[in-house]
Design a protein around this ligand. Structure first.
Ligand SMILES: Cc1ncc(COP(=O)(O)O)c(C=O)c1O
Length: 386
């Protein structure tokens, strides 16, 4: 077997403090039991604490009972079930778009949409910190990729002006809540620039879906930008607590995606239980429209506790709160110390974040009560500062 090249790569990652392991956890959620002890988990994306919600689990079970475990074919063959269409109709309505299309995951929604919007003769302007799934999608598209400084509207304007004479389509891509910094894009300004330069705009709302906006419809909806944002992408894997991704867009674009998106066509339709769960989540968001507000108030409070001791949380304005440590090994050591004290706060290292900015990435969820936040803040400050 020709595998002698593998070990040196793994050894080098280890010697740079960049070893990666998929550790096993016995439970999901913001508060879990490990070896019989309660642990506060600040690394779960189940922001609204809905993964074990009774109604959501009942909806998943109903879909499982009615349709079985799989959709058994691609969406374009016989895999599209009534619940796929029902979910797409409800997502479109909540997001304020004509239409929506569900994909197997958020990664696939990006990988399946960006290459349809832009190809070899086109330009994509991407914020420096957009998620790896967007970058991979740009590479897949074959379009020329132009990066602009993070959340910097002037930098984007310069880039758009620099390429103003270019022929071909232009696409600007950003996130509404950034996955590793927890900060928020100046969406209205970016939308105005995109419009001025006749560029399409796609916003990844993976971390604002469920957590911001009316009924958790996200920040594009909250700011009334549906007409200027060509595609609002979302996931069912974060605040929606399940799995799958989607885009909200015009009916015309949906038709084109159905016609030509490879990540939509050449894969099996998402399984019934996953779609049933997402419909259950939509019911919960409709019935409890303030969940996102409560989450953000708790995140504000937690940030204030950290700021009172001078800890730097970058420009975080959401439920995602980074604490930058810098050194890879120190970040892992702090995370490990906290783990021993009953706090899970994953160390995120390059290449997921820029070199020299290894950090703890904390996710506040509705499973964390005020006394949990106070307890965790004390331990975190102590672990980071000593
Ligand atoms: C900003 C962003 N976009 C897309 C994705 C991919 O979503 P999913 O986990 O549903 O594949 C993620 C999740 O890691 C994300 O953080």
């Amino acid at each position: 077997m020709r595998e002698d090249w593998i070990q040196p790569i793994l050894d080098e990652a280890k010697s740079n403090g960049l070893e990666r392991n998929a550790r096993v956890f016995p439970e999901t959620g913001g508060k879990i039991k490990v070896d019989g002890k309660e642990v506060l988990n600040f690394s779960s994306n189940d922001y609204l604490d809905l993964a074990r919600h009774r109604h959501v689990m009942d909806c998943a079970r109903e879909a499982l009972d009615q349709y079985g475990i799989g959709s058994t074919a691609s969406r374009l063959v016989t895999g599209t079930l009534p619940i796929h269409e029902e979910l797409e109709t409800r997502l479109a309505k909540e997001k304020g778009y004509e239409s929506s299309l569900v994909f197997g995951s958020g990664y696939m929604a990006n990988a399946g949409t960006i290459p349809v919007l832009a190809g070899r003769d086109d330009l994509i302007f991407a914020d420096k910190l957009v998620h790896a799934s967007m970058i991979d999608a740009c590479k897949l598209s074959g379009a020329r990729l132009v990066r602009f400084a993070h959340n910097d509207v002037l930098a984007l304007e310069k880039r758009l002006e620099q390429y103003a004479d270019g022929s071909g389509r232009k696409l600007v891509i950003t996130e509404s809540v950034f996955s590793m910094d927890g900060d928020i894009a100046p969406l209205a300004d970016i939308a105005a620039l995109a419009e001025k330069h006749e560029a399409m705009l796609m916003v990844d709302e993976a971390h604002s879906t469920g957590t911001f906006g009316p009924h958790g419809a996200g920040l594009v909806r909250e700011h009334g930008l549906e007409n200027s944002v060509t595609v609002s992408m979302g996931t069912m894997s974060k605040a929606m607590a399940g799995y799958g991704g989607f885009v909200a867009c015009s009916e015309k674009l949906r038709n084109l995606l159905v016609h030509s998106s490879r990540a939509f066509i050449y894969t099996t339709a998402p399984p019934p239980a996953v779609i049933g769960a997402a419909l259950g989540i939509m019911d919960v968001l409709e019935a409890s429209p303030r969940l996102g507000n409560i989450l953000q108030a708790n995140a504000d409070y937690f940030r204030s506790l950290l700021h009172a001791t001078d800890l730097d949380t970058l420009q975080s304005q959401s439920q995602i709160i980074p604490i930058v440590i810098g050194d890879n090994e120190k970040a892992v050591a702090v995370s490990q110390k906290l783990r021993e004290q009953g706090i899970i706060a994953a160390a995120i290292r390059p290449p997921t974040v820029p070199s020299g900015s290894a950090r703890l990435r904390l996710s506040i969820t509705l499973a964390h009560h005020v006394d949990d936040l106070e307890h965790a803040a004390n331990l975190i400050v102590d672990a980071v500062k000593t």
